[in-house]
Design a protein around this ligand. Structure first.
Ligand SMILES: Nc1ncnc2c1ncn2[C@@H]1O[C@H](COP(=O)(O)OP(=O)(O)O)[C@@H](O)[C@H]1O
Ligand SMILES: [Mg+2]
Length: 582
């Protein structure tokens, strides 16, 4: 029953609809109490031979009308209430989505997509069902149950007490089932998440699975996960199945007590036969509220378990908090003073003493062995994480105090692993600027040296790519991502190993294009091929998370160290490749 306090905010905001529905339910309950009373009158009338056939027809007519009115009222409250609970679904889902889009990459390492989808769909449905159907059933059964009890008490309080004897025992048993259901259902939803994860991961990596011939292994793993989910749901079904029989037993005992005790009272003339008939019919009316109460217990416990699963994600703190300061228009100097950076939930520093200044319009190169911290540094500049000790300033303001949206709008980023959406090539390039013209799109595609490639695709710029479209090579995807970033025309362009899949010549052409396009813009580029950094105003050589060398290309090749060694090695490699090409 935790759900009622969990969803208090929602019930308070929708109190009008709920109040309206409750009023309707009370009306329905009162109307439902009339027919058994009428039947009692009819039975006594026939028994004592005091009723005419016209009177009989009238009573039956009244009962019919009552049934029709009840039908109408039931329809109205349902429509009312479910209208409210669908709004709850929209609200929960949009809260969930917003929270997810505010989370940083770390969050997505800890939570898998399938699980997140399961919570946004399955769990939200459960909560909505409980808040609509569940709550109303609760009110319905309570109102109806109390009304019937009162009328039964008026008919004969002794008989009422007698027939209610089995109820407290039943209530205790049902409560116990409710708790079991809550726990087992939570476990079952967890298993569903795992199932979802497995399906989602297998489907997205289906090419690799086939390439490695892993179909059978994946299938058997899937079967295992599916069986596990099935078993856990079966455990829920077992508790579920205990509710109804328990209630039927209780009602049956109550009936035996009522008929037994009632007959004795009729014989002793303290009750008429008609009154006993009404009483037993009223007792029959108790079946629905009791079944409903148990059923409500059932769905509310499920809803509450589901809500806990949703909340546990919503309550995970955002690792990155938005700032409040604004930037002034125009360019700025970027100054990094990173004393240490440690990834959340990790304890070894990944960056140490990384300090540099970058004036507007400068080109900064970042190089170093794999794992030396290049991507980490670039992620910090984008504020995907906050620096553990130290700060990064832009226009002399700490970026952690800036409004995130404003800071990000100054950046255009290309990552090492490009992502294309299921859209046309043109649509993918214009992602950040949907209003861009075809000329503008082609211009950036030329700068990124991908224009000719695009023209060779079946429908040129209108070719569908991404999950459902044509397959592009890694290099083509990288260049389309670069075109996308160039189109943003942002003040700072960050390329994180964004040319790793293109050949040396193409890289050279793109770098040449970039140096013409740059003008006043600041560019930060991390590259594996050092020839890409020849024109940089400053190059940082990263080793083990710290800057081991810095300077211009010419200075660095004159020093002994990682840079000159790597450069000579790459020169040699290029020369050898050239030889083989000839
Ligand atoms: N999200 C992360 N959580 C924890 N450690 C990370 C994460 N990303 C990278 N690292 C670690 O940080 C170090 C630097 O990685 P990275 O910045 O990607 O290097 P580079 O881009 O130079 O290859 C590596 O040791 C890597 O294992
Ligand atoms: Mg990297």
């Amino acid at each position: 029953m935790r759900l009622f306090s969990q969803l208090k905010w929602y019930f308070l905001s929708e109190w009008r609809r709920y109040l309206g529905a409750v009023i309707f339910l009370v009306m329905i309950a009162i109307l439902q109490l009339i027919p058994p009373h009428l039947v009692g009158i009819i039975v006594d009338g026939i028994h004592k031979k005091t009723m005419s056939s016209n009177q009989l027809l009238m009573w039956i007519g009244i009962m019919l009308i009552i049934a029709l009115v009840i039908y109408g009222l039931r329809y109205v409250w349902r429509v009312w209430l479910f209208g409210a609970s669908y709004r709850l679904a929209v609200k929960l889902r949009s809260d969930f989505y917003q929270r997810l889009s505010g989370q940083n990459p770390e969050f997505y390492l800890r939570h898998r997509t399938g699980d997140l989808i399961a919570r946004a769909t399955n769990d939200v449905d459960r909560v909505v069902f409980a808040a609509g159907e569940g709550v109303l059933t609760f009110v319905d059964s309570l109102v109806m149950g109390c009304a019937v009890l009162i009328v039964m008490g008026i008919e004969s309080w002794q008989l009422t007490l007698l027939s209610l004897l089995p109820m407290p025992v039943m209530a205790l048993v049902i409560k116990r089932y409710g708790q079991q259901l809550h726990d087992r259902f939570r476990i079952a939803q967890g298993a569903f998440s795992a199932l979802n994860n497995h399906a989602q991961e297998s489907l997205t990596s289906i090419r690799m699975i086939k390439a490695f011939g892993l179909e059978e292994r994946q299938s058997s793993q899937f079967e295992e996960v599916a069986t596990d989910a099935g078993r856990k749901n079966m455990r829920v079904a077992r508790v579920d199945a205990r509710f109804d029989p328990t209630i039927f037993i209780a009602i049956a005992i109550a009936n035996v007590l009522a008929v037994g005790g009632g007959s004795w009272m009729v014989v002793n003339n303290s009750l008429t036969l008609g009154e006993l008939t009404s009483f037993v019919m009223y007792l029959g009316l108790m079946i629905w509220p009791m079944l409903a109460l148990a059923w409500m217990f059932n769905i509310v416990e499920r809803g509450s378990a589901a809500y806990t699963r949703i909340q546990s994600l919503l309550q995970e703190p955002l690792v990155i908090n938005d700032g409040s300061r604004s930037l002034s228009a125009g360019h700025g100097t970027l100054a990094a003073n990173i004393n240490t950076f440690i990834y959340p939930e990790n304890n070894v520093p990944v960056l140490q003493s990384v300090c540099f200044q970058l004036l507007p319009g400068q080109l900064l190169g970042v190089c170093g062995p794999t794992g030396s911290g290049k991507s980490t540094l670039l992620a910090l500049l984008q504020r995907q994480f906050d620096v553990t000790d130290g700060e990064i300033h832009f226009q002399s303001q700490a970026i952690s105090e800036l409004k995130m949206e404003e800071w990000r709008s100054r950046l255009a980023i290309v990552n090492q692993t490009p992502f294309l959406f299921s859209d046309t090539v043109a649509g993918n390039i214009a992602l950040g600027r949907p209003d861009a013209t075809q000329e503008q799109i082609e211009e950036v595609a030329r700068l990124a040296n991908v224009h000719d490639d695009i023209l060779r695709l079946p429908q040129g710029y209108q070719t569908e790519v991404g999950e459902r479209g044509v397959m592009l090579s890694g290099g083509q995807k990288q260049r389309i991502s670069i075109a996308r970033a160039l189109l943003l025309d942002a003040e700072i362009l960050i390329l994180d190993d964004a040319l790793s899949a293109v050949d040396g010549q193409t890289e050279h052409r793109i770098m040449r294009n970039l140096s013409q396009w740059r003008q006043k813009r600041t560019v930060i580029i991390s590259a594996h091929r050092l020839s890409a950094l020849v024109e940089a105003d400053n190059v940082l050589v990263m080793q083990n998370g710290t800057i081991s060398q810095r300077g211009k290309h010419k200075q660095l090749i004159a020093q002994s160290g990682w840079y000159s060694e790597m450069y000579h090695y790459q020169q040699l490699e290029a020369a050898l490749e050239g030889q083989y090409d000839e």
